[in-house]
Design a protein around this ligand. Structure first.
Ligand SMILES: NC(=O)c1ccc[n+]([C@@H]2O[C@H](COP(=O)([O-])OP(=O)(O)OC[C@H]3O[C@@H](n4cnc5c(N)ncnc54)[C@H](OP(=O)(O)O)[C@@H]3O)[C@@H](O)[C@H]2O)c1
Length: 227
């Protein structure tokens, strides 16, 4: 049983709290009202916390990371949109000797999908033309999705071909990613369709458990097989 401080009471942070409780952890959750500009993350508050889990915003997460590094608290970051600072965060984490795990996608299913796509990328070397489609709810601000950019990168690395991404924003779609390879003879169709955000939340809690007692800088895509 661990003490988690979850930052973010939004769609994903709330589910992370629920999953952590189901796994019998102690959970405190702070939204932006309780933690303006990361001000709540004091030495006293963090003393008994085993790990901080962040699902907030690209603008607030850097303050949270600085506070956790300063107080030598392990941290799991699901928040995206701050990766331009990855290098400097990595240095700070390693200098402080703290544990830090981040990931653009904490769903084990999506990470399995990435592996499937990596082997299917061979098609691009055999006269197949490929396309990536991604669908998300109408509230999603960024396009294309981070996950579709990872798919594009995997195919580029494996085959040298850069596929076009087409984004759709509609209704309350949680997240659907499709990869289609088409040839005159046949069509290969790969799809990951998230039914809920629970896959991300469960992955984040398992990642925080995995990080316990560790120091270093980790990407979820490199460790999910160990969960
Ligand atoms: N890695 C993954 O697997 C994964 C999966 C899903 C989402 N995400 C990422 O996680 C982030 C959150 O996504 P979401 O869908 O949950 O968004 P969301 O519903 O908009 O929730 C974000 C929450 O962060 C809160 N917040 C902002 N500043 C804060 C602060 N200083 N302290 C505490 N809470 C603060 C906001 O509170 P207010 O509303 O009060 O401002 C809001 O409730 C995004 O960057 C998203 O891309 C990652």
């Amino acid at each position: 049983m661990m003490n988690f401080l979850i930052l973010g009471r939004g769609k994903t942070g709330s589910l992370v709290a629920q999953c952590a409780k189901e796994r019998h952890h102690h959970v405190h959750v702070f939204g932006s009202d309780e933690n303006q500009a990361g001000k709540a993350l004091t030495h006293d508050l963090l003393r008994d916390v085993n790990a901080v889990i962040d699902f907030t915003t690209p603008t607030s997460v850097m303050e949270h990371i600085s506070a956790c590094v300063r107080e030598k608290k392990n941290m799991v970051v699901g928040t995206t949109g701050w990766y331009g600072n990855l290098g400097s965060v990595r240095s700070k984490v390693e200098d402080a000797g703290v544990g830090f795990l981040y990931g653009a996608n904490f769903s084990v299913g999506v990470n399995l999908f990435f592996d499937t796509v990596r082997s299917a990328a061979e098609a691009a070397k055999h006269k197949y033309s490929g396309q990536i489609f991604e669908r998300h709810h109408q509230h999603k601000k960024d396009a294309p999705s981070g996950t579709s950019l990872v798919l594009q990168r995997i195919i580029k690395e494996s085959s040298g071909t850069e596929l076009e991404i087409t984004s759709f924003r509609e209704g309350e779609v949680v997240g659907m990613h499709e990869l289609i390879f088409d040839s005159p003879n046949d069509r290969i169709y790969l799809c990951h369709d998230a039914k809920s955000r629970r896959g991300y939340a469960e992955g984040a809690v398992l990642a925080a458990e995995w990080l316990s007692g560790k120091t270093g800088f980790y990407d979820f895509k490199d460790i999910w097989r160990e969960l």
